[in-house]
Design a protein around this ligand. Structure first.
Ligand SMILES: [Zn+2]
Length: 89
C-alpha cells in the first residue's frame, strides 16, 4: 500500500512539474513572440519637437501630440505654444 501511495505521489509530482514547465515555456515563447513583433520599439528614436535631438521612444515625454526628450523641453514648448496662440488672437 505504501508503494502505491508513493506511485500516486510521484505521478502527481510529475504532472505538477509538467504543468509548471509548460506554463513557463508558454510564457517565454509568448514574450519572445511579442518581442519579435516589436523588436525595435525600445530602440526606436524619435525627434524632440523642441530641441530637435533624437531620443529613445521609451524615454520621451508625450505632450500635445508631440514627443519631447524631457519634461523641460515639453514645458518650454507648451509655454511657447501658449504664447504664440495668445499673440495670434
Ligand atoms: Zn528636447
Amino acid at each position: 500500500m505504501f508503494a502505491f501511495r508513493l506511485l500516486i505521489l510521484l505521478v502527481l509530482a510529475y504532472v505538477f512539474v509538467v504543468i509548471i514547465y509548460k506554463f513557463f515555456l508558454i510564457n517565454r515563447t509568448e514574450r519572445l513572440r511579442r518581442s519579435q513583433e516589436h523588436p525595435d520599439q525600445e530602440l526606436e528614436l524619435v525627434l524632440c519637437f523642441h530641441c530637435q535631438s533624437y531620443v529613445p521612444r521609451t524615454e520621451t515625454v508625450f505632450s500635445r501630440g508631440y514627443y519631447f526628450c524631457s519634461e523641460e523641453c515639453a514645458r518650454l514648448f507648451v509655454r511657447r505654444d501658449d504664447e504664440e496662440s495668445l499673440k495670434g488672437r
